[in-house]
Design a protein around this ligand. Structure first.
Ligand code: ADP
Ligand code: MG
Length: 375
């Protein structure tokens, strides 16, 4: 921002110090003057009706007072300048750090020393802000690098397939097309997942009353064939659980969770339970599945983009692109909820999502839900 040049804070403080000093001194001198007048006798009539005693007093005291004030002014200005400089020094430090940050150097910290005061507090807050900003930027860079890497994989595979086809025209065309199609689908899935992630992060969606139990029904219905294919029992329990948000995003969230619960389950004979319930003013969704035991230290980082538990799953066509839980997390955040991942002692995972609930469902939603059920 371009501002008009003005007095520096140091100069303003100096002038204020000096001015205040001058004012108090002038008041003090005035008090002394009044006292002196009372004790100097006024018996002789002199020039212009003023007694000679008093005339002398005015002259001597007046000159002394003027000198004293001049000295005090100089003293106030010099002292004020030094004091203001000392007071404002931390501000210069903070401004330097801010300037460095705005030039892109986020690794610099102020780390102001000394006891706590307003300036130290400001510096500490600033340091914390820089720390968060830096970790956020690093995270974004890592994310962009990972996303590019993940996107390059299907493209590189496509290119290899095309190269092979060009060098060997006698190869089976149908197989090539089938493989290209699979790879292409994966690239589209990944791009769509990335778009979804950014949409949820931007929080640009309209909020409407949503019944979690209906969404759970819808998600499990879609994934039932996959569960049957893998001989996994899918259960939905619990009753009406209202919350507010985007029905499409919440459906995506539940679908991702249930799909994970099916895909990362036992090879056969596993179970998945989806449960919804209202607790006071919270709507709770729980997705629990059997499976192999998960290393506890791995669980907290599973929500990071492209973080996959075990390499073994990469060959599974339903395993997803490694963004499933990242999308869930970002949708939960966008709905002001919380996400909890707990490894089950016997293997598998328990995912608990808490979203803000609404005490009473509006009749409008009920009507719409009824309509949706009829379809
Ligand atoms: N319900 C679950 N049970 C066991 N492991 C899970 C479950 N959900 C997720 N995981 C682990 O978390 C990892 C990340 O999940 P996700 O982000 O959905 O990526 P993806 O499913 O594409 O691998 C998975 O690779 C898996 O190891
Ligand atoms: Mg997944």
């Amino acid at each position: 921002m371009n501002r008009r040049p003005g007095l520096s804070a140091r100069l303003k403080l100096t002038i204020s110090y000096a001015g205040f000093l001058l004012l108090t001194s002038a008041l003090l001198l005035a008090v002394v003057w009044v006292f002196l007048l009372r004790y100097v006798p006024d018996n002789q009539q002199g020039l212009l009706g003023i007694s000679p005693n008093r005339y002398l007093l005015v002259r001597i005291f007046g000159r002394a007072a003027a000198i004293a004030l001049a000295v005090l002014l100089v003293f106030g200005l010099v002292g004020g300048w030094i004091l203001a400089g000392r007071m404002l020094a931390p501000l210069t430090q903070i401004a330097d750090a801010a300037r460095m940050a705005s030039n892109g150097s986020l690794s610099h910290r102020i780390r102001m020393e000394g006891r706590n005061d307003e300036f130290r507090e400001l510096a500490d807050v600033f340091d914390t802000m820089l720390e968060q900003l830096e970790s956020h930027v690093t995270e974004q860079q890592r994310f962009a690098a990972n996303a590019s890497h993940e996107l390059r994989t299907p493209l590189a595979i496509s290119q290899t397939l095309l190269d092979v086809a060009r060098n060997d025209p006698t190869r089976d065309q149908d197989e090539l097309i089938e493989r290209l199609h699979t790879v292409n689908t994966r690239a589209i899935d990944l791009t769509e997942a990335l778009l979804l992630l950014s949409r949820a992060d931007r929080r640009s969606f309209t909020r409407e009353p949503v019944d979690l139990s209906l969404i759970a029904e819808e998600a499990t219905e879609t994934l039932l064939p996959l569960a049957e294919q893998r001989q996994i029992t899918l259960d939905v329990t619990g009753g009406t659980t209202q919350t507010v948000g985007s029905a499409a995003l919440i459906l995506r969230m539940v679908t991702n969770l249930v799909q994970n619960a099916i895909v990362h389950n036992l090879p056969a004979g596993g179970t998945v339970t989806v449960h919804t319930e209202s607790q006071h003013d919270t709507s709770v969704l729980r997705v629990e599945n059997t499976g192999h035991p998960l290393p506890p230290e791995l669980v907290p980082i599973l929500t990071e983009p492209f973080q996959r538990g075990t390499e073994r799953i990469r060959t599974d066509e339903h395993a997803g692109v490694g963004l499933g839980l990242a999308i869930v997390h970002s949708i939960v955040r966008a709905h002001d909820g919380t996400l909890d991942l707990t490894p089950r002692p016997t293997g598998g995972l328990l995912v608990t999502i808490r979203l803000p609930g609404i005490p009473q469902a509006s009749s409008r939603t009920r009507e719409r839900d009824d309509l949706r059920l009829e379809h």
